[in-house]
Design a protein around this ligand. Structure first.
Ligand code: WTA
Length: 635
């Protein structure tokens, strides 16, 4: 049989070689043997990175929810599909079986249909981590409506931008969210956003907090009564493999967020195949990814990948620190979790606390640990390995992106020997390349460069919604005939990859990608601000934190600095969200600029990182004198 489940290193190399030698034959076999299609493809792959154009399984027809739900009903309808662990440890966990999930998705799909949604419509989902979020995602997919999930921590402004960019007709939200000891009034945020979203016709509301809400007549409706009245059966829309499945926004280094478009067929095949291998999922396992479904990690590895494999996937509403720092481990013990997938920032936060929080729980069920979102530093890696994995559960350090849809570079546990801070080897079918500044591929080992991928893989994003030119310019113009990731990497003596971080103006804070431009735009809108520049600097828990250099207008000069700092952060919180707040704000007389007027972030970064021994040649700057002044007053 097939190469679906890889079990030892020799097999990995063998399958990898096969996947590179003849990608079409390789992916055809995987697609054929492990998924149900209404119609098979006419062609496995058509591609041209210069346009760029990529199509996998063209001509094939399917519905991803039939693969995630219907096909499991006959053999494991009573198995738990989603295990919901609420924020409050006193509230009962819910075991939602495949049969129940199927029914809930069908009911929700019927409601959406009644409310005017059909194939191709965009639906914005702005919900906390409750089962309805997964149900809403799958209900859209059932109908062929394109879901655009917006993380329910984004502000009304950020939400409105995303709703308008892809012209959503509907928003699915809740009265509020509960995370840790905080509740957030999501409905009020949606109301504020919709003041500038004329295209939204309907708002469907899930009740979660029981907080007061005002319904806008003709627009807002409680969801539950509609679900109760809906039929539990809903025929799945038959989709083309290349029809869009969803849009998910990610920050760019410039301008507005990019709506990455993922399609049905290739995305399904790749997320399912990577899930099976990278987590070595076996029947009976309980898999838990702590990400939010508002990010790509949640889309691919809480919802689609696990469900396509008939797995049990935990959906956690809360935060790692509530009611105390032992919550993750308490949940692992309670549900006998076998695979645990989280972010370095969470590990670092927990590693600061007493070991008792970990040691009081029985973690013997764990088999595989995962890390994603940013480079994991050596200290955090060892803490995770020693205290959570007890040295016996391999850590899969998985490198990938919103744009790649699925994991690209990662060890396969029990197969690939791991090395701290290394994502190790490319996954099956993935062909990475390191490039030098002249655009040439750097061959051989013990080298470093810019990380590209030189051949298509099934789950790559196909475009940016409404802006194919930007898709081309961002990813396919820097290195001819290559997808450029925006990351730097090194390849060591044995060919293992280590991701060294972003080489563009994206800063990763607590695993969230933040573009510098939108934050600077937000700062610059403050009436007292003339200009600003932000850079990242190392932070013990968040990985990076933001440092803002701000030039005030004359009118702002006399103002109280602390008040200004508060107002600037308040403005960022309102326009983007609290994750984009600045840790440090330094008021400066000027910003170092090149003669063509470009801000020299390289210098600001060094100042923020207190690494000013070698600033390089600054004599060519337009205003070299400003550098010393900024250094003298740095925070
Ligand atoms: C970074 C998250 C080092 C990287 C799935 C990438 C990582 C960006 C890792 C994408 C890792 C993600 N090691 N860096 N294991 N995983 N990154 O789109 O810079 O939210 O380009 O996707 O996160 O972030 P995104």
């Amino acid at each position: 049989m097939s190469n679906y489940h890889i079990k030892h290193l020799e097999e990995y190399f063998q399958v990898y070689r096969k996947s590179v030698r003849d990608p079409e034959a390789f992916w055809e076999e995987i697609a054929e043997e492990h998924f149900s299609w209404r119609k098979k493809w006419d062609r496995v792959l058509r591609w041209d990175f210069s346009k760029p154009e990529v199509a996998w399984f063209e001509g094939a027809r399917l519905n991803i929810t039939e693969n995630c739900l219907d096909r499991h009903l006959a053999t494991q309808g009573e198995k738990t599909a989603i295990l919901f662990e609420p924020n409050d440890p006193g509230e009962q966990a819910q075991h939602i079986t495949y049969r129940q999930l199927h029914e809930r998705v069908c009911r929700m799909a019927n409601v959406l249909k009644e409310q005017g949604i059909s194939k191709g419509d965009r639906v914005c989902i702005y919900l906390p981590m409750i089962p309805e979020l997964a149900v809403a995602v799958l209900a859209c997919a059932r109908l062929g409506a394109i879901h655009s999930v917006v993380f329910a921590g984004f502000s009304s402004n950020a939400l409105a931008t995303r709703i308008n960019d892809c012209q959503c007709k509907m928003v699915i939200t809740s009265d509020g969210s509960i995370r840790g000891s905080k509740t957030l009034d999501l409905k009020a945020i949606v109301d504020a956003a919709l003041e500038s979203c004329p295209g939204v016709e309907r708002v469907l509301l899930v009740k979660r907090t029981g907080g007061e809400v005002t319904l806008v007549p003709g627009r807002d409706t409680w969801l539950q009564p509609l679900l109760d009245g809906a039929s539990p059966a809903c025929e799945a829309e038959v989709m083309d493999a290349e029809d869009p499945l969803f849009i998910l926004y990610t920050s760019g280094s410039t301008g507005k967020p990019k709506g990455m478009v993922h399609t049905c067929g290739g995305y399904m095949v790749y997320t399912a195949y990577t899930f099976k291998n990278i987590f070595q999922y076996r029947d009976g396992d309980v898999y838990w990814c702590t990400a939010d479904i508002g990010w790509i990690t949640g889309h691919s590895y809480i919802v689609y990948g696990p469900l396509a494999n008939g797995a049990t996937t935990v959906l956690f509403e809360g935060v790692p620190t509530y009611p105390d720092h032992g919550r993750f481990w308490k949940v692992v013990e309670k549900h006998r979790v076998t695979q645990f997938y989280t972010a370095p920032t969470a590990i670092r936060a927990l590693a600061r606390e007493s070991l008792e929080y970990v040691e009081q729980y029985d973690l013997s069920s764990l088999k595989v640990l995962g890390s994603v979102g940013e480079p994991i530093n050596e200290e955090a890696w060892h803490w995770y390995n020693n205290n959570v994995g007890k040295g016996k559960s391999p850590i899969v350090d998985t490198w990938w992106q919103t744009e790649t849809g699925g994991i690209m570079i990662s060890p396969i546990p029990f197969v690939t020997p791991t090395t701290p801070t290394y994502a190790t080897l490319p996954f099956i079918g993935v062909q990475p390349a390191l490039m030098d500044d002249e655009g040439n591929e750097i061959k051989g080992n013990q080298v470093s460069g810019r990380l590209c991928i030189k051949f298509p893989w099934p789950s790559m994003a196909r475009t940016i919604w409404g802006d194919h030119q930007r898709y081309h310019d961002t990813y396919f113009s820097t290195f001819k005939n290559n997808y450029f990731t925006g990351d730097g990497a090194l390849r060591d003596a044995v060919g293992y990859y280590r991701i060294t971080g972003r080489v563009d103006d994206v800063i990763i804070v607590s695993g969230h990608n933040l573009g510098t431009a939108p934050i600077e735009d937000s700062i610059n809108e403050h009436p007292a601000v003339a200009e600003s520049a932000i850079v990242g600097f190392p932070h013990e828990i968040k990985g990076n934190a933001l440092y803002g250099f701000v030039i005030l207008k004359e009118t702002g000069e006399g103002r109280d600095r602390e008040n200004l700092r508060r107002e600037i952060n308040q403005q960022i919180t309102e326009q983007i969200g609290p994750i984009a707040k600045l840790d440090k704000i330094q008021f400066v007389p000027g910003l170092p600029k090149t003669r063509s007027g470009k801000i020299m972030r390289r210098i600001l970064r060094k100042i923020a990182c207190r690494d000013t021994a070698d600033l390089g040649d600054i004599s060519t700057l337009l205003n070299p004198e400003v550098v010393q002044e900024i250094m003298d007053e740095s925070l």
